[in-house]
Write a protein that binds this ligand. Sequence first.
Ligand code: AMP
Ligand code: MG
Length: 663
Amino acid sequence: MTRFRTFAIMGWSGDGGTGPAPPETAPIASVVRDGHSTAPEYLRDRRAAEDWLATLIEAESAAGRRLMLGFDIPFGTPKGFARALTGADDPFALWDWLRARAEAAPDGPDISGLPRDKTDGLTPFPACRQTEKPLGLATDCWRTEGADAPLGRMMTGLPVLARLRHRFRGRLAVWPFEPPDKPVVFVETRPSLTLGPPPQAMTGAARPTEHMALKLAHMPPEDLAQLLNVRAPEEGWILGVAPDLAPPPLRDDCFAMPRGVDWIPVDTALERLQAILRPVTGVETVQSGAADGRIIARDCIAARAHPPAANAAVDGYGFAHAAIGDGVQTLQLAPGRAAAGRPFAGAVPHGAAIRILTGAALPEGVDTVVLEEDTTTDGARIAFAGPGRAFANTRAAGEDVQAGDPVLCAGRLLRPPDIALLAACGIGEVAVHRRLRVGVLSTGDELLADPSVPAGPYDVYDANRPMLLSLVRRWGYEAVDLGHAPDDTAEIAARLDRGAARADAILVSGGASAGDEDHVSRLLRDRGALSSWRVAMKPGRPLALALWGGAPVFGLPGNPVAAFVCALIFARPALSALSGAGWVRPFGFEAPAAFGKSKKPGRREYLRARLDAAGRVEVFRSEGSGRISGLVWATGLAELPDGAVEVTPGAPVRFLPYAGFGL
Ligand code: AMP
Ligand code: MG
């Protein structure tokens, strides 16, 4: 197929626009033909838009120009909805269904039961399409009211597209449901969400559509082919959203424990998690200067050497070492000087010297520099003691990094020095993992979300959610607040649904053991392929692990102290593996104990601890797992091994500072 020559991007609207003047929300279109923008088309209403589209298709076909037409109209619906409505998964059945209804009811079809403005978990279908997840559109998807409501735009837009599709059958393909190999291809676009802000030079209401049309028109054909290389046969896809080419999702039964396994040691649990979890995030490209805290997805190769050329390491005088002998050397000064960014253009005669400053590229005829302080000069000559060392006070080209060297490996979490190295080596953009999104949910009838509202004696302010959200942010992930749910299975399920649509992994606290009110475990067991890992560890009752809608769920204890410790020990390495940064172990060391304790065998213990002024490990006065103040008092955890130990003052114990957990 030849390449596209015309790109037309339309901004649709959910508004009828039947008044005398085109309303603000009337359709607008930007056309770029053979690389050049034409004046934007302001269309009075949807009928005018349909006529204009048909005329454009005819004209471009007649001229033999392939045409890509983009619309900000969802081409499909979240999985399962089309089947429920039409009996088939085929998205075109939905297009024709909407077209038939629209023709029967010109004011727009009404799908009974759909909320017009509020959407929270009220339909049995996923909250959004896969393509909308990375755009953060999850909560918006089922809204019909308002010009920007996706479903509203769909109900008014798809009947038009369905008619055009039939009219130009054989010449027109709808991506991604059909291969984009026809003279006319329809694509779904959301310029303002998939592109950055349009350049300042663009003005007027057509800025986003024009920006998109230009971007597509000037994109190398192989990049466009890459964008079109998406499989989404049921829900459709927004062009420009990077398809999550991450490995397939985790298997539903991945957390299952072999039969007969009862209590497992902490290390065994960690090894199992490490074996199961792998990166689940797609890849995007960012400016290297803005990549601090991101995880690189591909090895970075130096585009140029550092330093790029041999240069002076000090202020002084440069000359050829071969011209120098023993004893006092007197050299003629060549006119001119070499400075950083201002090279000396000529060659320095053999046996002469030139004034040179730190960072200046060595001129031809110079391989060695003598430090200014080691010379005397009368302005025409310099004198110093020979012979010195060849190449003294110079830096060789590429002595730090050679062009083509791999400088940073995939999986690395970027820190400020990495940013410096990327810049120095001429690497302007890096492929990084999309930020892992981590949902946090609290459960419990007793919980009150907002500590500034008055509480009754039975109420408990939700401490875990703000703590876990903060942890997630500290670890560099995108925190998704899933709120708090009472001990009610339906409510928890609705929140988990929302979590699975908006996040890659979910941390739930509370309700995770086996008691009457432990609705989280019950729900996960019934619907989420729960595995309760009975980890031999204190604090922390069973660790509930499950997949919910493809997202791993970590069920943490309700007790804030236990929730915190379990998050550090289990959630941190697990999330790191999911994020693309690989498995991580806490950093720790041994120090003499400032306390005594005798511990029975059979489980590992983590005590709230800190180093005293003498560098000894002291522990919090109480092991009560409800005491958050102890977590605050501590600066880390003392780790007591699985077996029996008799800790006596002065004996070595392992201390894991909070800093070693990335805090
Ligand atoms: P659970 O695991 O649900 O049985 O809760 C154990 C204990 O932790 C109970 O005392 C709860 O009230 C308390 N708890 C549970 N969730 C939270 C939370 N989000 N914030 C503070 N305390 C909590
Ligand atoms: Mg509870």
